[in-house]
Design a protein around this ligand. Structure first.
Ligand code: ASP
Ligand code: MG
Length: 323
């Protein structure tokens, strides 16, 4: 059967109701013909809470090994609770730590790299009809110590397992519905994108919109792992991330405030001089002074004052997206 990796972000696991909803979504993927493997983040703010607990307890003297042992517990909370909630739905599930899921890393605490994945246990659980629920963000070193993969590392767990298990699809379920043509709080007409390319998501992550852990997107690109970024609260489709993405041209806009100035970027495919010129005209007719800074075929950035960034985004959206 086709395997689907469903990764739930921390805000989607913040309380029992949300965990039950995640359980129902995981189980429902079977009706779509998939064999699900869930990957979970720690509930909401719990990683930060654990970090402050560590410094309240030990000040600046936190041994890296113990910090990783502590932080990995956050994801283990989520995994055990989600597995229980799936069992409560009448389906068999098993929570697994990174180590139990066979994720072997080097020994760089707090920023470990995955060396390989021993999938035997996972495959056995799947064969036996259980839904594995894997604690994200963690693995085990050759010396047998718990390691973590860096902040936001559960995304990396998801794509790593997708590759190791040959998954047909990887879903990232979070509290956002997908990637939008612009931030809807700035541009009410912003549209949810059906498709986007890995390169564009990488550009977005660099140029302002904190979409996903960059390492995970880069990994997905390298191994052509299709991603579906979608909501954990609704079943409507989100945004598919693939090598080809959507139509060539501008797909979305991002803004990165840097003190009194802001970097406003057009993100898309096959961008060039004509997009730069059209953007410059749009800025001029909106009365915003904006200087082109960096031009690649995936992103064209303009420097404007922070105060005028929103006006510029609205003008660019009207020309390139709704226009
Ligand atoms: N809980 C970890 C963090 O907050 C890892 C993750 O959420 O992916 O960074
Ligand atoms: Mg998190």
């Amino acid at each position: 059967m086709k395997i689907i990796i469903i990764k739930f972000g921390g805000s989607s696991l913040a309380d029992p109701d949300k965990i039950r909803r995640a359980a129902a979504m995981t189980v429902a993927s079977r009706r779509r013909g998939f064999s699900p493997v869930a990957v979970v983040s720690a509930p909401a703010e719990s990683t930060d809470d654990l970090l402050s607990l560590a410094s309240l307890t030990a000040g600046d003297c936190i041994p890296p090994r113990e910090s990783d042992a502590l932080l990995a517990a956050g994801e283990q909370f989520s995994a055990a609770l989600l597995a229980m909630a799936i069992e409560a739905e009448g389906k068999k599930a098993v929570s697994l730590t990174g180590s139990q899921a066979g994720i072997r890393t080097d020994n760089r605490f707090s920023a470990a790299s995955v060396k390989n994945v021993d999938t035997r246990r996972l495959k056995k659980e799947i064969r036996d009809g259980r839904i594995p629920v894997v604690a994200g963000f963690q693995g085990i070193s050759a010396g047998g110590d718990i390691t973590t993969l860096g902040r936001g590392g559960s995304d990396l767990t998801a794509v790593t397992l997708a590759r190791a298990l040959g998954a047909a699809l990887t879903e990232f379920r979070t509290d956002v519905k997908g990637i939008y043509s612009a931030h809807p709080a700035i541009v009410p007409q912003a549209r949810k994108l059906k498709n986007i390319s890995y390169q564009e998501v990488i550009a977005l992550a660099r140029l302002g919109t904190d979409v996903r852990q960059l390492r995970a997107i880069d990994y997905a690109r390298k191994y052509s792992i299709p991603l579906h970024l979608r909501s954990s609260f609704h079943d409507e489709p989100g945004t598919m991330v693939t090598a080809t993405g959507g139509k060539p041209g501008v797909s979305c806009l991002s803004v990165k405030k840097e003190g009194v100035s802001a970097l406003v970027s057009l993100i898309g495919r096959g961008l060039g001089a004509k997009h730069t010129a059209a953007a410059a005209r749009a800025a001029a007719s909106a009365g915003v002074s904006a200087a082109a800074e960096k031009i690649t075929s995936t992103a064209i950035s303009f420097r404007a004052s922070a105060a005028e960034a929103e006006t510029l985004i609205k003008a660019l959206h009207a020309v390139f997206i709704t226009g």
